[in-house]
Design a protein around this ligand. Structure first.
Ligand code: MRU
Length: 337
């Protein structure tokens, strides 16, 4: 795998005394960096989607704890504030629990810095391994559809679903990638296309509403997505629109793959019904790029994640291995409990 070509973007960068984040709200028009020097600034960056994607917000939050420790802040308060930034992606809680466990063992700021770096490094290693495992499931010369952004921007690097796509393209298994726009934040249009074009990967953007028509055409053999939380029975929360892709995929005989590190697996949550789905401001739907597109007085409902039931998923790929046709038993075998 040519990582020099396919793994060049680092959106979350620890600078020794502050955290640099590539502001994902401005891409692809502008590559502007935000320097965070406090846990409060990191919390705001997560809430406002300057940094987003389940693994990336966990990593950023871990660095937020380091900043709090360096500034002598009360760590309990910093942990609680970061934890409340967004509700659905369990990687956030997972990373903060790891930092909390280090604090409980008496870690000082230097030891916490080592722990945050370990969280970031392990995520990259997991992504590279999942890339190999996921790509191996794909027949040569396939077409694939992805949703949202699961690439380097959403992780420590390389990506989850986009890592599988990168590995699949590099290995000759994927000839054509389609990416859904992902309304309303346009993570597919603004971020995934930016990553794919930078890597020279043949990719076409589609309107979210073109997905079933695309599947019916026979141009894609796999839908490949990431996850924000995978429950103990394999039900998977991911970006809004994922569920309807899974339904359409099953109808058209297209396979459906979820790619996520074990930090996204939440064995304490029995099923998708128990996953909190983030509701964001209706204003995000009522305007495009800051310009109001809907009549004044109109309201909107804006859930930003949905749950795909396990029985619509053909494979869950994690760094610990692949689960085909997930069940609680198969999940327990890999993740315990
Ligand atoms: O609201 P976002 O942009 O944080 O949502 C991101 C997603 O839904 C991703 O698919 C998921 O976090 C996996 S990222 C590797």
């Amino acid at each position: 795998m040519d990582y020099d070509r396919y793994d060049r973007i680092r959106a979350v960068q620890w600078q020794g005394d502050h955290l640099r984040l590539l502001d994902q709200r401005l891409l692809p028009q502008e590559e502007r960096w935000i320097d965070c020097t406090s846990a409060a600034q990191v919390t705001l960056a997560i809430k406002d989607l300057a940094v987003r994607g389940a693994p990336a917000i966990g990593i950023a939050a871990a660095w937020g704890v380091v900043l709090a420790a360096k500034q002598g802040e009360a760590l309990d308060g910093a942990l609680a504030m970061l934890r409340a930034a967004r509700p659905t992606a369990v990687n956030l809680m997972w990373a903060l629990d790891r930092m909390k466990a280090s604090i409980a063992k008496g870690a000082d700021a230097t030891a916490l810095e080592r722990e945050a770096q370990a969280i970031q490094d392990e995520d990259l290693a997991a992504n590279r391994h999942m890339g190999e495992l996921g790509a191996a499931l794909i027949a040569p010369h396939s077409g694939v559809l992805t949703h949202c952004n699961t690439g380097s921007l959403a992780t420590s690097g390389f990506g989850t679903a986009l890592g599988v796509i990168r590995a699949g393209v590099a290995g000759g298994r994927i000839d054509q990638v389609f990416a859904g726009e992902t309304r309303p934040w346009q993570q597919g249009a603004r971020l995934t296309m930016w990553e794919l074009v930078r890597d020279g990967i043949p990719a076409k953007l589609i309107a979210d509403s073109a997905a079933s028509h695309l599947m019916r055409s026979g141009a894609v053999q796999w839908v490949i997505v990431g996850a924000d939380r995978i429950a103990a029975n394999g039900d998977t929360a991911n970006k809004i629109g994922t569920y309807q892709l899974a339904i359409a995929a099953r109808h058209h005989g297209v396979k459906f793959m979820v790619v996520a590190p074990s930090s996204t697996v939440d064995m304490a949550t029995a099923s998708g019904d128990d996953i909190e789905i983030e509701l964001r401001d209706s204003a995000e739907l009522l305007a495009v790029a800051g310009r109001r597109t809907v009549v004044e007085g109109a309201d909107a409902w804006n859930p930003v994640f949905d749950v795909t039931p396990a029985d619509l998923i053909d494979a869950i790929v994690t760094e610990r291995g692949v689960i085909e046709r997930p069940t609680t038993k198969a999940m327990q075998a890999l993740f315990g409990r």
